[in-house]
Design a protein around this ligand. Sequence first.
Ligand code: PYC
Length: 317
Amino acid sequence: MDCVHVVDSHTGGEPTRVVIQGGPQLGTGTISDKARRFAAKHDNFRSAIINEPRGADAWVGALLAEPSSSSATSQVIFFNNVGLLGMCVHGTIGVAATLAHLERVTGGRHILETPVGDVKVEIDGDRISVENVPSYLLGEAVEVETSKHGTVCGDIAWGGNWFFLTDGANVEITAANVDALTNFAWDIRCSLEKSGITATDGAVIDHVELFGPPTRSDADSKNFVLCPGKAYDRSPCGTGTSAKMACLAARNMLAPGQSWRQESIIGSVFEGSYSGNSNGSITPTITGSAYVTAESKLLFDQNDPFRTGIRFHQGGI
Ligand code: PYC
């Protein structure tokens, strides 16, 4: 791991770092096989790319691999400061903008294989739409007894990652309150785990999404999303917006095809809509834009004591 070529971008303020050259060889097979190998054998690589001193907590990395289907453009594994993500919509928009910047793709539709299913990407100039994996509400109005904030009621939903979604923050969803929002969301996250409240097959609910009224007149809602490594999403979080639309659809509060504009904590917006599936899940489409910010070669000196990154957070509680 001496030199890794990366392209950085941001989607609604949230950074994505795509590894273009110098990533680990993950062998052949499905993207799930490769993600398992990456998690088991290449954690130092993950940490080196994303953690300080070369990255920062909010960054999401993307590792590309040869697709298993001839109809797909690429496989992609998303990772953050503490581990792997199932899906990442802002990251997918970042990957699409990066591939377009490198002239590896042109506009139009592309399929990306992710560990939680195929996603479809449509590039239309600056506007990039992601048809995400089927999303659904798993648990409605679930109560969790938190350590510091009393009982909090929210929904558990899948949008490519697991989310606990609540309107129950007493703190205004505004950038000035990021510390208080982080403390509240982290208390929920830890309390869910301590109380044994999990998602399907005991999966950890590792994203917490807080909602409040929008600041922008062109948005429907504003959110604050705390990611597994205690960093908050600067974008409106596309998998979180997918989970939110699944909750709204289950309550008949959002019709198929109707637009849902989700504002982020820093004022960026994703536009979402969905189509319904026969099993009650929804297929969300999220639209946003990403901007390439750097093309770099990350260098790793054998004598650098922090060449594999500084692990401030271990994830979980
Ligand atoms: O946009 O899906 C998303 C996302 C997940 C974690 C950070 N961003």
